[in-house]
Design a protein around this ligand. Sequence first.
Ligand code: AVI
Length: 322
Amino acid sequence: MNSITYAKQIAHHNTEFETFKTEILKGLTRERKYISSKFLYDKKGSQLFEKITELPEYYQTRTEATILSGNIEWLKDSFQKTTALIELGSGSSTKTRILLENIPGIQAYVPIDISPEMLSNTVDQLKKSFPNIQVTGVSADYTEAFSLPDLDADAEQKVVFFPGSTIGNFEPEEAIRFLQSIRALLGTGDRMILGVDRKKDIDTLEAAYNDQAGITAAFNKNVLTRIKRELETDLDIQAFSHYSFYNSTAGRIEMHLRSKKDQTISIEGESITFKKGETIHTENSYKYSEAEIETLSRKSSFTLMTTLSDADRQFSVCILEA
Ligand code: AVI
């Protein structure tokens, strides 16, 4: 590694540290304490999330894969013009493979992921499995402005794949702005395949975020481990518990960390006081009805072409056209 690259890496590391410190302190000194869900996904957090996707209670991942594999003929037929697939998030998963294996016109696949490690794994694996597809990874935070690489494939139709119901982790207004920014990258007739978790009975929803094995609790509490590792603090992780519930007014699952006692902790010299039962809000996961998906698409300047769903209507794979 040359010294310029090294100096850049230190600078990058320092800004990352400063952002983490500033945002954590800002969120914890608010009236209603808050930590952005983006901080849940460090290396350990991403591994725990992978485990969540395999839990019996977490129906989302397997249901989405079942919907895709149950509609292969329809996908083959409807995506005949598709030459380029762009995935938001890392796409080593079964779901991406279902599309790459069954849409024969795809010449280019562009996974976009914030983590360079995840990305290079994906790129290596998929290049091996699909030697005829040009795989170009883009390391970027897709929630910020990004541009697409020049696609060699004379991209007749681009399709953006955004699976996993990650759209639910955006606030509804942010979700519209985000989809509008994706729409701006596309031409008329390009498409988006969007995974959305549907509104359903509270028990099913709450079980998915309060699994028996305690993996979601570990995922949530891992952000405290990260604070302890990266910041100067006397924080006791055991003094907080995982708390997750469906807020039916807002139509979202909320994830919090709840203080087990009255306590004052110090982070980077700042005193933060908790009452027993007080929480730090760490994540929202919005659930959408069919009508809300329709509105979301329209407000983002897409046309909702088709909604594919499972027999129990738990999850939706929406096909949006630009
Ligand atoms: C990444 N995202 C779609 C997950 C969700 O269901 O909102 C994150 C998650 N949080 C707890 N469990 C899963």
